[in-house]
Design a protein around this ligand. Structure first.
Ligand SMILES: [Zn+2]
Length: 238
C-alpha cells in the first residue's frame, strides 16, 4: 500500500484523538455525531448505521476488542467523509483490493488513535525495539496486543513485521506488517518444531538472530520473546 495513504489516515486519527480526548466510548461515537449501541450483530465486530447515526458494536466481546472495533468504525466514517482521500483510494484500488486496503487502513488508523506513534517512539527509544513491548504497551494503554503489534510494526529500524504466536502446536495468532514490509504471513499458519519461535517457546529463552518467517525462506532479523505460553516476535529488514 502506498505510504501516503497510511500517513494521511494516521493524521486523521491523531487529529480525532486530540479533538476528542479523553477517548471514552461515548466521546468517540459523539466525535462523529453518532450514538453508541452494543448489540448482537451475528458476525461482524462492528458497523456503522448512517441512517440511525449509530455505531453498532458486537456485544459480549472483551472491552479492549470493543474499543478497537469502535475506533475502526470511527476511522471508516472519517475516511468516508474525506472526499479527497476517498477518491484517491478509489483511483488506486479496485474491487476486493479496495476493500482490503480500506480495512487495513482502518486498522492502522484505529491503532494510531488508541496508541499514538509518539508513545511507541518513546518506548522504543527507551527500551529498544523489543518484542516485550507488545504486551507492555497493550497493558499501559489499555489496548489489545494486536493494536500494540500493529503500532510496533510501524516503528521498526527497517521494514518490520510484528507477530504473536501461541497454541499447541505453535501457530500464528496475529501478525502485522509495517511500512515497506513485503512478506506476508497468513493467520493460523503453523510454525515448524525446529523454527526459532517454537524453540523459544519450548525452552522459555528469547531468540535474537536471523531467521525466516514461518514457512518462508529469506532470513530476516528476529527477536522472539516467550511469555506466558505465547511468543511475541519482531522481525525486521536491516
Ligand atoms: Zn472495517
Amino acid at each position: 500500500m502506498h505510504d501516503t495513504y497510511r500517513d494521511r489516515v494516521r493524521a486523521l486519527a491523531r487529529a480525532f484523538r486530540e479533538a476528542h480526548w479523553p477517548l471514552t466510548p461515548q466521546r468517540m461515537a459523539r466525535g462523529i455525531g453518532y450514538t453508541l449501541a452494543y448489540t448482537d450483530l451475528g458476525g461482524p465486530d462492528g458497523m456503522l448505521d448512517p441512517v440511525g447515526k449509530r455505531v453498532l458494536i458486537a456485544a459480549g466481546q472483551s472491552p479492549r476488542r470493543q474499543r478497537f472495533t469502535l475506533a475502526h468504525e470511527v476511522i471508516h466514517h472519517l475516511i468516508q467523509h474525506d472526499d479527497e482521500l476517498l477518491s484517491d483510494l478509489h483511483d488506486a484500488f479496485e474491487g476486493p483490493a479496495f476493500e482490503e486496503a480500506l480495512e487495513a487502513l482502518c486498522n492502522l488508523g484505529a491503532a494510531e488513535m488508541l496508541l499514538p506513534s509518539r508513545a511507541v517512539v518513546e518506548a522504543v527509544a527507551q527500551h529498544g525495539y523489543r518484542p516485550r513491548l507488545i504486551p507492555e504497551l497493550a497493558e499501559r494503554y489499555g489496548v489489545s496486543e494486536e493494536v500494540a503489534a500493529i503500532a510496533l510494526a510501524e516503528h521498526g529500524p527497517g521494514p518490520a513485521l510484528a507477530l504473536i504466536a501461541g497454541g499447541r502446536p505453535l501457530r500464528v495468532l496475529f501478525s502485522a506488517r509495517g511500512k515497506g514490509m513485503r512478506a506476508r504471513l497468513p493467520k493460523a499458519r503453523g510454525i515448524a518444531a525446529d523454527h526459532p519461535l517454537t524453540v523459544a517457546r519450548e525452552t522459555g529463552l528469547p531468540f535474537r538472530g536471523k531467521a525466516p518467517l514461518p514457512g518462508g525462506r529469506t532470513p530476516l532479523y528476529l527477536w522472539a520473546q516467550p511469555l506466558h505460553g505465547k511468543v511475541y516476535a519482531l522481525y525486521w529488514v536491516a
